[in-house]
Write a protein that binds this ligand. Structure first.
Ligand code: TPP
Ligand code: MG
Length: 333
């Protein structure tokens, strides 16, 4: 990487801590799932540079629209670990966001977050702030109509949006090459008059750099950017998926070599920004933070059935009220 594009050492260390927090969540998540202490969740290990480097370019006043895969991004912008654990326990505590946090609950319906992010960005523009909205999507999601509508809409209205397209090679069992004939997904931006950037999604210094530039453009009223982070889903689609049914083990081998956490670690140790002692302390802090959050999540009471409908709208619609009554009557019976 060109030295003049390198984030300062403070930023490098901040990125490393966030990547370790994400990696730790992913690894502990697997164990907790097997222990029956966490529900089915989509692992993201190996995609930390793609998620952390992009989210770290935001400020606390910006919006983040994550998909189910983007725990690493959400944690980076400040989503509490305890809430995230609650989410994957299907507890309402997991989708009632802290008031001051502009991170949306993880989107499960593919691509719906993209047009909604444009709406949030336009609202900020109308209010005259310099805040931006960042939305995540996968390679598979980029085949959905919502993706294209959002890019067109954002371009036409010059919305302060940053679109992150994480190309991790797979949409469950469908490889990117079957998903589309396009071979460079970032070039789709051209069709909507937007800049499109393709970046090594396993290099956190690079993802951070290109995203920081896109965020700056958006803040300055210069409009949206599409960033394709080229990475790989080394893990199964969810902890309940068996990828050996649709792909070979060898396919992932070169990607495991390019592990983004190991890669930044090697750089930090080589340049003396971090030493083994400093790293050990950092890892201990990250682990302690997680265990504390797990203890907190364990204190959340089990949800009551009707809570599944709370937090959907500030004011429930007549339909929701009716469904709530029906549900309660059913539980009663
Ligand atoms: C609208 C909609 N259609 C289908 C699904 C089922 N589904 C869940 S994940 C997924 C694959 C998405 O792949 P991609 O966008 O590449 O994201 P990744 O899982 O690789 O992060 C599909 C089709 C869904 N959740 N929503
Ligand atoms: Mg994918």
């Amino acid at each position: 990487m060109r030295p003049d594009l390198m984030p300062d050492t403070g930023t490098q260390l901040r990125l490393y801590r966030q990547m370790r927090r994400a990696r730790h969540f992913d690894e502990r998540g697997w164990v907790l799932y097997r222990q029956g202490r966490l529900g089915v969740f989509p692992p993201f290990g190996g995609m930390e540079a793609s998620q952390v480097g992009t989210a770290a370019a935001l400020s606390a006043d910006d919006w983040l629209f994550p998909t189910y895969r983007d725990t690493g991004a959400a944690l980076t912008l400040g989503l509490p670990i305890a809430r995230t654990l609650a989410y994957w326990r299907t507890s309402p505590h997991g989708w009632a966001m802290p008031e001051n946090l502009k991170v949306l609950p993880f989107y499960i319906p593919i691509a719906t977050q993209y047009p909604q992010a444009v709406g949030a960005a336009l609202a900020e523009k109308r209010k005259g702030t310099r805040n931006v909205a960042m939305a995540y999507i996968g390679d598979g999601g980029s085949s959905e109509g919502d993706f294209h509508e959002a890019l067109n809409f954002a371009g036409a209205l010059n919305a302060p949006c940053v679109f992150i397209l994480q190309n991790n090679g797979w949409a469950i069992s469908v490889p990117t090459r079957s998903q589309t004939r396009a071979t460079d997904l970032s070039r789709r931006a051209e069709g909507y008059g937007l800049p499109g950037v393709r970046v090594d999604g396993n290099d956190v210094l690079a993802t951070w750099h290109v995203t920081a530039q896109a965020v700056e453009r958006a803040r300055n009223g210069e409009g949206p950017t599409l960033i394709e982070t080229v990475t790989y889903r080394v893990k199964p689609h969810t902890v309940a998926d068996d990828p050996s049914r649709y792909r070979t083990e060898e396919e992932g081998a070169p990607w495991r070599e390019k592990d983004p956490v190991t890669r930044l670690r090697a750089h930090l140790l080589r340049t003396g920004v971090l030493n083994e002692e400093g790293e050990a302390a950092l890892l201990a802090e990250v682990a302690a933070e997680f265990e504390e959050a797990l203890r907190e999540a364990d204190t959340y009471p089990d949800p009551a059935p009707a809570e599944i409908l709370d937090h959907v709208f500030a004011e429930p619609t007549p339909q929701l009220r009716r469904q709530r009554e029906e549900l309660l009557a059913e539980v009663e019976a």
